[in-house]
Design a protein around this ligand. Sequence first.
Ligand SMILES: NC(=O)CC[C@H](N)C(=O)O
Length: 368
Amino acid sequence: MPNLQQPAVLLLADGNVLYGKAFGKIGTATGEICFNTGMTGYQEVFTDPSYSGQMLIMNNVHIGNYGIKDTDVESSSVKIRGLIGRNLEDKFSRYQATDSLESYLKANNIVAIEGIDTRALVAHIRTKGAMNCIISSENTDIDFLTAELAKVPNMDGLELASTVSTTEEYELGDTNSPLKVAVLDFGVKQHILSCLVSRGAHVRVHPAKTPLSRLKEFNPNGYFISNGPGDPAAMPYAVTTLKAILAEDKPVFGICLGHQLLALANDIPTFKMHHGHRGLNHPVKNIITGQCEITTQNHGFGVDPEAVKNNPAVEITHINLNDNSIEGIRVIGKKAFSVQYHPESTPGPHDSRYLFDDFVKMMQENLN
Ligand SMILES: NC(=O)CC[C@H](N)C(=O)O
């Protein structure tokens, strides 16, 4: 059979050009290039709001083989800006699957490119660091692509959380439950909310810019600070709210962006990492228990390790065993803690779900 796929081009901000074939929507897409080393879970990854503004390379050489299933999502739509792969597969085999990857990407207006040597590309990003890129299957003229790429803002300094947060408050779980959690939504993953609800919590999810006065009207037993896209340092509104929350002295749990915000609320700066952590098998050591966890990760910013070590208000609880980066902190004398990784782990191993139990236990102790 002749190959009818249209040609497509990937241009990196450092001038490198890679040629491949069109997949998904025919069009042009721009954003920061990043890679996920997970072997599976592509649909959960594509729908994770923390990937907003990013062009994703899936390292696994075949993506799409098990198709698409309505419930394998972390939000109601695909959040990556574009997809880059070696073999993006339209044919799929799974009895529960209802759609193919290509028709799913088309329905979500996502431009993709395949036939790329992703091993070489990932090695390049690992060496050179995160940078912007453009892919196009509609106009492969390099001058056009260069001009379009120049318009793309850098992730450093970009506030994206309020663009993916809920616009309306909503509630989940048993409304009669004594455990009430106020969630600040910066792009929360659905399975984080499920992990709270399945432990008996009555959850109210609030828009990103909700002030403490409104959060308190729910009379919560604890506050959850969500994951989300963009640069935490570009979110002073969230740091102000979190400082006020901390003064309440109720349990506080933050994940990923929520962890970075907890650091900022304690005057610990964040920084842009060289190329970030995105995958399903990052080893983390809990230095309180001495146990190791295999974790799911998705972040391009980190918490300044020296500033954490020199800050008497916080204590390090978790450390990354690959690069010693800060993976968890807690505020001394308060019931406030956070992790840089994703304990809900969708997709990924469930080693870290005990953190939701810890949070629920803290809230229960507060009830007595
Ligand atoms: N998963 C997240 O919450 C990501 C946090 C932040 N946007 C980062 O890239 O580091």
